[in-house]
Design a protein around this ligand. Structure first.
Ligand code: ADP
Length: 241
């Protein structure tokens, strides 16, 4: 069986006024993989992710997710969710209600919500934390709640924008392992944005290295390190934080 593409980008170009920040990007994302958009600050990673999420229109080009043009899908029919660096949790709701929020909006039956949210809190290892307030959580726990909330309606694609950037180094390494486990258990396609080569290497099936709004190189971490295609790739991948 050949793996199929779940997201396809064709000639994606984005300009903000006179500034073109993405140049004619073609990219296929394979169902079930963890694909990382890696590159220095300002290279266009977040803009590309926001375009994939449908938050931002392209200037030219198309984004196809599961065969449908994302610009034609209303927000609640796009099979993607996003996790942000600053979690964006609701401080006035407890952990359970944060995770349940979107399901209640969609008027899921109460019993079903209870079951699904409990399962999801188990998945992120916060099974006993449903009644806690957000301000009572550590940074790592808050990020787990954000993950649970983003995964609770089983999106096909999860977009993660520097989700570990606000965490300290030790917790970051632990959360990377957790992300891998959660990815394996859910089978969701992950598109991950980072400027950190180590994170990209540990986590990714494939890395897309970007520079100045263009793709410099795509490959597995091993391919990228063994055969950097340009001086930029060799230098960027060789840098240590
Ligand atoms: P990265 O995520 O790689 O740091 P971004 O996608 O955030 O890069 O930004 C790429 C470029 O686009 C930067 O030059 C940034 O200043 C510019 N940019 C991003 N969003 C906007 C916006 N809403 N309006 C104008 N310029 C923007």
């Amino acid at each position: 069986m050949t793996a199929s593409n779940i997201v396809e980008l064709y000639g994606v170009t984005k300009a903000f006024g006179a500034l073109t920040v993405l140049h004619d990007i073609d990219l296929n994302i394979v169902e079930g993989e963890i694909l990382t958009l890696l590159g220095p600050s300002g290279c266009g990673k977040t803009t590309l992710m926001r375009i994939i999420a449908g938050f931002e229109p392209t200037t030219h080009g198309r984004v196809i997710i599961k065969g449908a043009d994302v610009s034609n899908l209303p927000p609640d029919r796009r099979p993607v969710n996003m996790v942000f660096q600053r979690y964006a949790l609701f401080p006035h709701l407890d952990v359970f209600d944060n995770v349940a929020f979107g399901l209640r909006l969609k008027k899921w039956p109460k019993d079903r919500i209870r079951e699904v949210v409990r399962n999801m809190l188990q998945l992120v290892q916060l099974g006993d934390y449903g009644n806690r307030w957000i301000h009572e959580l550590s940074g790592g726990q808050a990020q787990r709640v954000a993950l649970a909330r983003a995964l609770v309606n089983s999106p096909s694609v999860l977009l993660l924008d520097e989700p570990l950037a606000a965490l300290d180094l030790k917790i970051r390494h632990h959360m990377l392992a957790e992300l891998k486990r959660i990815h394996q258990e859910t089978g969701t396609t992950f598109i991950y944005v980072t400027h950190d080569q180590d994170e990209a290497t540990i986590l990714s099936d494939r890395i897309v290295l970007m520079n100045g709004g263009r793709i410099e190189q795509i490959g597995t971490p091993e391919e990228m390190y063994a055969h950097p295609r340009s001086l930029f790739c060799a230098r960027f991948l060789g840098e240590t934080n």
